[in-house]
Design a protein around this ligand. Structure first.
Ligand code: SF4
Length: 178
């Protein structure tokens, strides 16, 4: 199932992926639901190899949005982008995707199609703010997990005004080491 084009209305903000520059960040929208990634053999095998469970993750980014439940770590978006908006998140912090909002990201992860950590990795729009709206990443994604919409800035700004980060982090379940 492609990314829900109305995800900012049908989902809510569940966290922030914070850039280390202290200025930039993008939102995670959830709660998400199991989609293509949960059915993809390469993805399933990679999760099994790590002993991690496939769980709903939601959408990373607002103006440049990747449905992480659809993303099968193909990397076509990463290859297509002329300004390196994306990185493989696991090549910077190798944590479960559910913990991406608990890290600070310098944007030092790999931005080459085949340099994913493994097929549990996800393309993350860490430089969403650099997007030039060329739309190259949208059509190349096999499961159509990408939505780019400059007008979604409205939802980003609205969420920025209302999202209570400390409340969100305080209510998040503690990470489990298993
Ligand atoms: S629309 Fe173009 S510039 Fe923006 S993330 Fe996609 S490929 Fe990169």
């Amino acid at each position: 199932m492609p990314i829900d084009p109305d995800f900012p209305k049908n989902y809510q903000v569940i966290g922030k992926i914070q850039h280390a520059d202290g200025e930039h960040f993008h939102f995670m929208w959830g709660p998400g639901k199991l989609k293509e990634a949960a059915e993809n053999e390469e993805v399933k095998a990679a999760y099994t190899a790590r002993g991690e469970e496939i769980v709903p993750l939601g959408v990373s980014g607002t103006m440049v949005a990747i449905d992480w439940d659809s993303c099968v770590a193909d990397g076509a978006c990463i290859e297509a982008c002329p300004v390196q908006v994306f990185q493989w998140y696991r090549t910077e912090h190798d944590v479960p995707a559910t913990e991406a909002t608990k890290q600070t990201w310098a944007g030092t992860g790999k931005d080459v199609k085949d340099e994913r950590k493994d097929f549990t990795d996800k393309a993350d729009p860490i430089r969403e703010h650099d997007c030039i709206w060329c739309m190259a990443c949208v059509s190349v994604c096999p499961p159509q997990a990408v939505k780019v919409d400059q007008a979604a800035l409205e939802f980003h700004e609205k969420a920025d005004g209302t999202f209570n980060e400390s409340l969100s982090k305080g209510s998040a379940p503690p990470p489990h080491a298993h």
